[in-house]
Write a protein that binds this ligand. Structure first.
Ligand code: SF4
Length: 124
C-alpha cells in the first residue's frame, strides 16, 4: 500500500500548527501535528473537502453607506469561494438590514445562506 503525506497549516487559531495527513489510497491513516481536537478535525476536513467561510460585501440601497458587510452562515467548498464573491458583487439589498439577517438564501445552490455582519439603518 502506498502512503502519501500532505501538509496543511491549521487556520483555526493564531497558533498556526503545521498539520500532516497520511493518506493510503484515499483513506486517511494518520493525522499529526495538531495541538487540539479542533486542529485534528480541521486536518481531516481540509484533506477530503476543504471549505471556507466567505466574508465580503454587498451593495445596499437606501442607506448612508453603499455596501453592507456580509458572510456565509456556514463554510462553502473552497473551490467555490470566488464564485460566491462574484455572485455577491452582482447582488443588491435594501436598508434597513439587521445584524444576522439573511440577505441571500441558498447562494448558488450551495445550501448556504449569506448573513449581514452589522446593522445597516435606513437613511431618513
Ligand atoms: S491545532 Fe489547535 S492549537 Fe494548533 S492551530 Fe489548530 S486550532 Fe490552534
Amino acid at each position: 500500500m502506498t502512503t502519501a503525506t500532505t501538509t496543511y497549516l491549521c487556520i483555526e487559531c493564531p497558533l498556526g500548527c503545521r498539520l500532516e495527513v497520511d493518506d493510503a489510497e484515499g483513506e486517511i491513516v494518520e493525522v499529526r501535528g495538531f495541538s487540539c481536537k479542533r486542529g485534528a478535525e480541521y486536518a481531516r476536513q481540509e484533506h477530503v473537502d476543504p471549505r471556507r467561510t466567505v466574508t465580503t460585501t454587498v451593495a445596499v440601497s437606501g442607506s448612508l453607506w453603499p455596501r453592507l458587510p456580509v458572510k456565509t452562515a456556514h463554510p462553502v467548498p473552497k473551490s467555490r469561494v470566488r464564485d460566491v464573491c462574484a455572485w455577491m458583487r452582482g447582488a443588491r439589498v435594501a436598508a434597513p438590514v439587521a445584524l444576522g439577517q439573511i440577505v441571500a438564501r441558498d447562494v448558488l445552490g450551495l445550501g448556504v445562506d449569506m448573513v449581514a455582519t452589522r446593522d445597516m439603518p435606513k437613511l431618513d
